[in-house]
Design a protein around this ligand. Sequence first.
Ligand code: DC
Length: 228
Amino acid sequence: MSNPPIPVITIDGPTASGKGTVAQRVAQHLGFHYLDSGALYRLTALSVMRRDISLDDEHALAKAAEHLHCHFNGAHIFLANEDVSNDIRVETVGNLASKIAAIPTVRQALYGLQLSFRQHPGLVADGRDMGTVIFPHAGLKVFLTASVEARALRRYKQLIDKGFSANMEDLSKDLTERDARDSNRSSAPLKAAEAAYLLDTSAMTADQAVAQVLEWYAAAKALHAQSE
Ligand code: DC
């Protein structure tokens, strides 16, 4: 008898839509592993910045992604053995991540690493192409959105909480530019997977969004059990 497949829930959406918070909490609730795929692009960007690799040097960018020495320990993210959890969250790193993420060879270099997060008893993965490219057979796919205003405010609070300075106008402009870049690239653009449930969290608390995803997951599991 073959082993049952390891369940996967994908949560895709634009930057600062709250998908990270929701995905982590859903994973925690179900006792599943969690993949923050954006962190892999951010780690690559940080590594590229530190090594002064030019954005035109596609080969070197892909190599940096391929040889990313990173590991995750709870909320802490390490590059080599340095805790870079805060360093990767600054806007310059996020913007560079969005730029290098448009390069197909960089995406390809991170493909296997992302798949390796699928481990028992299950995985919740968040990003831009989790449901469309990386885990196209996921049992539940969610596309999480929120208005630019709501997202800019969330990002503002996150940055201030972490002790960074921030400006709402710059953040809104940044988010809009990043959305356009992530949505219009030809390789794995940000878009909802065909079977994805859409969740607009502009007027929702994180608790409400988490409860909705868990409800969809329970329904998807019941449906799957019925069809077996
Ligand atoms: O989710 P985030 O803001 O941490 O992601 C940073 C950038 O990485 C984002 O602007 C686009 C890119 N990214 C991607 O292209 N594909 C993913 N699955 C996750 C992130």
